[in-house]
Write a protein that binds this ligand. Structure first.
Ligand code: ADP
Length: 578
């Protein structure tokens, strides 16, 4: 749990300080609005004593003007600070969301394995929304309500200090129960925020896995899982709301005690003629009005507790640090550094080793195939080359240069990855190929889409290159998505190419097109292929056979077959099965 003082300091430095002028203007207007309440209660005295009781006709007009003026100023000040605070609140929330995404994008791939997309979406959207609404409440309390409180108490004291004392005598009783309620609100709100994250996660899984759900007939199961977390969420929110509602209720109880005391004591004083009706009404108005800002001030701590639970989480995200970084003094990547070298590389996610002392070299310009049973560690090899993960020991290098010695961006600029689960964005096919690049002329783009066999299917699409690919590329078939990915890679034109070969059932025509496009793509590049179908890699310059994170054999197709090891077994299995 981050301390509140740290949270406030963080928000002030990072966000509020940039808006200090608007915030101060709003505070000024809030104070003005608050002060008007004191003035109003003060005006009640002449209204009663001079106008109603004494029947002074000349006083009617100035008292009426006075009261109208008070309301007029209150209206303007109220409008002004509400608009200002709306601007500040929304700006801060937008800025926070933007900073949050920028920060998250720097974090390691492992962070995104540990935190589901739903949870992260809830951080960026839900928690910042909660936080954006509190500034007007907190500052309103500071600016308007404290001034109102002080000015009203001043009026009350000016009428009679003893009455005032009797009226607020119950206040100290509030301390303990309010503190307890605050703790409850914070705890339940924290529970509600984590339930909200689970809700987003469930929805994310449901919508992504919609076909799995339908095909397995588990709609009911999915719905009841969802209902269970909804229940948890609503329960926590209701407990928090009840806690929040308890604070103003407590204040009302104290108000009741105060009014009772003053009415009994003061009532007799007026009957006895010791006090004027105007004085009593002025006091009564001040006291009636004082409980409203007091209640809001009480409420603000509840509101703050709710926001603090979200702030804490947001702060936690910003505290996360990436461990995979560019070195302080990166070495330049040399053009000739196109060999991919693994030297005694060991890696594990938790305890079980995934790679143990893996060594091999993929020579520049050649095609090296990685072969082995599922779980052998082939995809892990790719993740190490691109530095999505870091080995526990050993060295991964491009030629002479270790991947950790060069700038991360420069490293990834030298590598293209075409994988089975190509992710297309919900944008046009053109944008999915260009990925934001603006330096590509039409001629180059045309060559690329020809070479990747994207051109083959464009004619069948309603708007050609400008057809939307759909969420995650859902409007295209697997083979089409893969060809878009190949076009991306061709355009990137990097010296190193990592192919996670498709096993997904591509139709024969699609497969031939993809295969041909891949061959063209790999020409002249250092290519590593994860081969699932051995038929596609028989011509590879080198085949590295992996099993349980080790290289068990390597060589060309014929050599490996002749040696009769794991490769020959795999080969026999595949060709017997097909
Ligand atoms: P291959 O590509 O050869 O099928 P992988 O490199 O994907 O194998 O996986 C190698 C091993 O690492 C597997 O046993 C798998 O269970 C494990 N593994 C992969 N990703 C993770 C992860 N995020 N956390 C823990 N273990 C993982």
């Amino acid at each position: 749990m981050t301390r509140e003082r740290d949270l406030i300091a963080w928000i002030w430095r990072g966000y509020l300080r940039g808006h200090w002028l608007k915030v101060s203007a709003a505070l000024g207007l809030m104070a003005l609005e608050g002060g008007m309440l004191g003035l109003l209660s003060y005006m009640v005295k002449p209204m009663f004593d001079q106008v109603f009781v004494a029947g002074d006709r000349s006083a009617v007009v100035w008292v009426a003007f006075g009261v109208a003026g008070v309301f007029g100023i209150r209206a303007l000040a109220g409008f002004g600070h509400r608009v200002l605070m709306a601007v500040v609140g929304r700006r801060i929330s937008a800025q926070m969301q933007s900073n949050l995404l920028r920060h998250m994008l720097t974090l390691d791939a492992s962070y995104f394995r540990d935190n589901s997309p739903g949870t992260l979406i809830e951080r960026v959207r839900g928690d910042t929304r909660v936080v954006s609404s509190i500034w007007s409440a907190v500052l309103g309390a500071a600016g308007r309500d404290t001034v109102a409180l002080v000015s009203l108490l001043a009026v009350a004291l000016s009428v009679d200090w003893l009455w005032t004392l009797i009226a607020v005598a119950g206040a100290p009783l509030l301390m303990l129960p309010i503190a307890m309620l605050q703790r409850l609100v914070r705890r339940t709100t924290r529970a509600a925020r984590s339930a909200a994250a689970v809700i987003s996660t469930r929805l994310d899984e449901t919508f992504h896995g919609i076909n799995t759900i339908k095909l397995n007939g588990i709609e009911e199961h999915d719905r009841s899982r969802f209902d269970a977390v909804l229940d948890r969420f609503v329960g926590a929110e209701l407990r928090a709301a009840a806690g929040q509602a308890g604070i103003p209720a407590l204040i009302d109880v104290v108000a009741a005690i105060g009014f009772f005391g003053v009415l009994v004591y003061g009532g007799f004083q007026i009957i006895d003629g010791e006090k004027s009706v105007g004085e009593f009404m002025s006091f009564f108005t001040a006291m009636a009005l004082v409980f409203e800002p007091l209640r809001r001030l009480g409420n603000v701590s509840g509101t703050w507790q709710v926001a603090a639970a979200s702030l804490e989480r947001l702060h936690g995200v910003f505290e996360e640090r990436p461990t995979i970084l560019s070195p302080a003094r990166p070495r330049a990547v040399k053009a000739e550094d196109a060999d991919v070298v693994f030297e005694e590389v060991s890696f594990s996610y938790d305890r079980d080793p995934v790679l143990s002392g893996l060594s091999f070299t993929a020579r520049a310009g050649e095609t090296t195939a990685l072969v082995g049973p599922s779980g052998a560690g082939k995809s892990t090899v790719f993740a190490l080359i691109t530095r999505l993960i870091e080995p526990q020991s050993g060295r991964v290098a491009l030629g002479e240069t270790g991947v950790e010695e060069v700038d991360l961006e420069a490293l990834r600029d030298r590598i293209s990855v075409v994988s089975q689960e190509t992710l297309l964005f919900d944008d046009t096919i053109r944008e999915n190929i260009l990925l934001g690049r603006t330096d590509v002329d039409d001629e180059t783009l045309r060559e690329v889409i020809e070479a990747a066999h994207v051109a083959d299917f464009l004619d069948g699409l309603p708007r050609g290159l400008d057809t939307p690919a759909g969420p995650r590329g859902a409007n295209l078939s697997g083979g089409q998505r893969q060809r878009v990915a190949i076009a991306r890679a061709l355009l990137r034109d990097t010296p190193i190419l990592l192919l996670d070969e498709a096993t997904s059932a591509l139709d024969a025509a699609s497969e031939a097109a993809v295969q041909e496009a891949l061959e063209r793509l790999s020409q002249g590049r250092t290519t590593l292929v994860i081969a699932h179908r051995l038929s596609t890699i028989q011509d590879a310059d080198r085949i590295v056979v992996m099993e349980r994170g080790r290289v068990v054999d390597q060589g060309r197709h014929e050599e490996l077959l002749a040696r009769g090891g794991l490769y020959a077994d795999l080969h026999r299995l595949q060709f017997a099965g097909s």
